[in-house]
Design a protein around this ligand. Structure first.
Ligand code: 6GU
Length: 247
């Protein structure tokens, strides 16, 4: 069972979201176990203080060493093999390759920051890795943690229904997904591409690969640059570009 321990001042965020859908079913089927640890429960003063003003001055508050570390230690007691991850805009940027590596772990202890940050000595003494979900600022690590949990859990054995569901995802080969169509055949004059109704599996494969390449090229030329296309992919992308430019 994959162990997820979340250190957060707002555990309700997780109870409300993770008990639904794919992750909710994985919890019910004992494929993953999720526990929240609130630093506030580890305070010793009567006001249950978890934050204080920054040395050196400046705006906002900083999460204090003691209650956060006590929460991490409690999680570690049960799951000493879990990796301790701090979600922060100052971390390495998450991508699918990193998500695949996380899915091979025994578990993760996910530390969510709030306010202006957490005392640096928590990072020095307790955190194994710092990760960000992109170059923009959130008010806390909770939503980043949800993103990480969702992306990792759907790769765990048994979590997705079909055996190949996760293997056919976007980014598995470094490309976007191909376009999808379902009933009805026509919507306000927009038709389903004929090839998808042809039953010709080879033609369908080529059409999907061509459009996956084309979509990626249009939105993320940097991704196209970063992968080595094989001869078929080069030819299909060239076809797509010529058709696109003649539109
Ligand atoms: Cl992990 N945390 C916060 N607070 N903001 C972020 C982030 C994480 N990743 C991108 N922005």
């Amino acid at each position: 069972m994959f162990q997820l321990d979340i250190v957060t001042l707002f555990p309700e965020i997780f109870n409300l979201t993770l008990n639904k859908g794919v992750i909710g079913r994985a919890i019910k089927n004992d494929l993953i176990e999720i526990r929240e640890w609130n630093p506030r429960d580890f305070t010793k003063d009567k006001h249950k203080t978890v934050d204080a003003r920054p040395y050196g001055g400046g705006p906002g508050m900083v999460m204090m060493y003691e209650p956060v570390c006590a929460a991490i230690n409690k999680a570690k007691e049960k799951h000493k093999n879990s990796k301790v991850i701090f979600l922060t805009p100052q971390g390495k940027q998450l991508n699918q390759a990193a998500v695949v590596e996380f899915s091979k772990l025994d578990g993760m202890i996910l530390v969510c920051g709030r306010y202006e940050g957490i005392d640096e000595r928590i990072i020095e003494s307790k955190i194994d890795e710092e990760w960000s979900i992109g170059d923009y600022v959130l008010s806390g690590g909770e939503f980043a943690t949800l993103v990480l949990i969702d992306s990792v859990c759907r790769l765990l054995p048994g979590v997705l229904g079909g055996k190949n569901s996760a293997n056919e995802d976007s980014f598995v080969d470094g490309l976007f997904d191909y376009p999808h169509y379902t009933r009805p055949e026509e919507i306000n004059g927009r038709l389903v591409p004929n090839v998808l109704k042809s039953g010709d599996h080879e033609e369908i494969r080529r059409w999907r690969l061509k459009h996956a390449l084309g979509k990626t090229w249009r939105a993320r030329p940097d991704l196209i640059e970063s992968i080595k296309l094989n001869d078929e992919q080069k030819m299909l992308l060239q076809e797509y570009i010529e058709e696109f430019e003649n539109l």
